[in-house]
Design a protein. Structure first.
Lengths: 195, 195, 195, 195
């Protein structure tokens, strides 16, 4: 199993996830502004999820870029990550349609949390496959982002009991932390242009 | 992050957008011509959007073809463009189902406008990444199409207050301007065959 | 614009078309055989369309395989073909849900006819791009399949006025004619393995 | 027709199948745990199908990896496999929405059975194309997994008459058998990195 196939399949799945999320913004029957207004929270949750899936796509590529071989463990760790990402459309739609009420907001955080854990597991699987001199291990260093994010998602899930606005603010903040691509990997790895 | 991955992911997202738009043409329950007739405006708006997404795919490739490296700014400018393109199915469906009434027609123009701006931002990001001797800068020249299009979309949005037929005519005209692939880039760049 | 990009984009669109057609087989609410039975015509029309899209994918690749450069005319001829293929899910769903009644069966034939014409136009665009010594022109020869198919579709469309069963039989027969990949092109072109 | 195109198209179709299955988990209108609870069986059937499609993607790649040329028979055997895989979203949705009642559970088994047979037919087509010294034939050996799985699916289909819980247990067990990638092929084939 070559790396190229794994990348192409992951690209395909992530491209579909990011696009079918938009199907949750159901076309309203009326033609007035009043028909459009209830879609605003659905739209906002779509924007947030689009950014999150974009971040995952970006970081996923940095991760695989740093890897050379594909083991069975990596393959299933990757499918495990895609599984949780595939729940984004559902979690996004439910949170948006219910205007950011507590339970849907908490479930959104659970999906974010599980995806973050799955990403971390994939990172470990790649590092293990690379052995003691793992280039990726050096590249990610202590990976404070990877460790902080799950804590933020847990904080946001608990926060939904008190204020969903604050929970959403945490989701936005956690996205902003990741928005910058992981330059640590870029610095360690030599310059490289895919064909 | 290599250019190949960026192209493949964008291809995937655009292929999905152009295809799921057709899902807005809901299969009618009846079997007569009367059941099919109300779908005509939905079909016409689908044709228009299919052409627009085709234009974006075409020009997007000319743009990336002219670029050599991928920077973080380019990556997010590209995702930003894909975001606005992903709203085509919604805007198309709403305009079609409401038979080209003013507000849906104006919203369609807003999505066109935002996509045009996002395309322009991506162009700037690539030119900046290429530095003062940017090949793309030379290739696009003054880019009169890129500057005229947003003005046409704004004109059409305002026009929906007076006549949606005229607004639609502007959308069609703006598409026709772009229908010819951007030969300027082809002329400056040396011949090249991907695979 | 390289051939590889055109192939990859077409592959993506055709892969999505062949897959979203299955969404027209709506999951029934009941759990008995009586709930499943009304889906039989939808399923049968899905099988027919799956075979047709498979044929187009197959022949499309033989066509592009025989081509070396990509012109603007080829690009738009290709998008034009993809446009008609993208209407397969709608035409299939309407014909299936209405149990092969005349008008939906005729519309299905119209989509088949337009796709066949679009395929022929793409063939001509490639032959023209290759000039007087066109390898593809030699390969397709007189192209009796490409000329017979539209006649069969027209015959089937007219036939829906008399017997939809006969019209469907013609669609099945026309598919069987194409089911064998176009060996003419294989014979003329030298052996070739994509990377 | 090169192997790369066949792999890319299959990747695309499988990526779409695995992702649109999630659309069967319909976003509930309410926002409480009671609204979410009925979705548990739909979710569980999604997990099972996600694993199955993941297994097919994985093994499909090992299969094609072991092959060198693409014949017409292989191409149609591959489309035949994709056809049965494309019915996973429907079978999964029907089984989940009906809470694992007998008929939907049996139909799920039928789709699994047909996909397993289609996979076996593809295997035979590749072995035949490779001739008497087939590398794949050596690699798969007696293929006890490929022969046991259909028997398990048949057992589960019959079992739905007695206990759907036992039938589901068999589906899970059959998935676990396949979860380990087919190391036999890996052992015989030399190490290989795509592109």
């Amino acid at each position: 199993m070559g790396k190229g196939r794994l990348e192409a399949f992951s690209d395909g799945v992530i491209a579909i996830i990011i696009t079918i999320m938009v199907l949750e913004i159901k076309v309203p029957h009326g033609e007035s502004l009043d028909d459009l207004a209830p879609l605003l929270p659905v739209f906002l949750s779509y924007v947030l999820s689009f950014v999150y899936v974009g971040i995952y796509w970006n970081n996923h590529h940095h991760l695989l870029h740093a890897s050379t071989t594909v083991t069975g463990a990596m393959l299933w760790a990757n499918l495990h990550l895609l599984f949780w990402l595939s729940l984004f459309p559902f979690a996004t739609g439910w949170m948006g349609e219910n205007h950011f009420t507590p339970l849907p907001t908490a479930l959104y955080g659970v999906v974010l949390l599980m995806a973050a854990i799955a990403y971390y597991v994939l990172e470990l699987a790649i590092i293990r496959a690379q052995g003691p001199d793992s280039l990726l291990k050096k590249a990610v260093g202590r990976d404070w982002k990877g460790k902080l994010s799950p804590l933020l998602y847990i904080a946001a899930i608990v926060m939904t009991l008190i204020s969903t606005a604050l929970a959403e603010a945490i989701y936005v903040a956690a996205a902003l932390i990741w928005l910058v691509p992981d330059r640590r990997i870029e610095h360690v790895l030599p310059a490289h242009h895919d064909h």
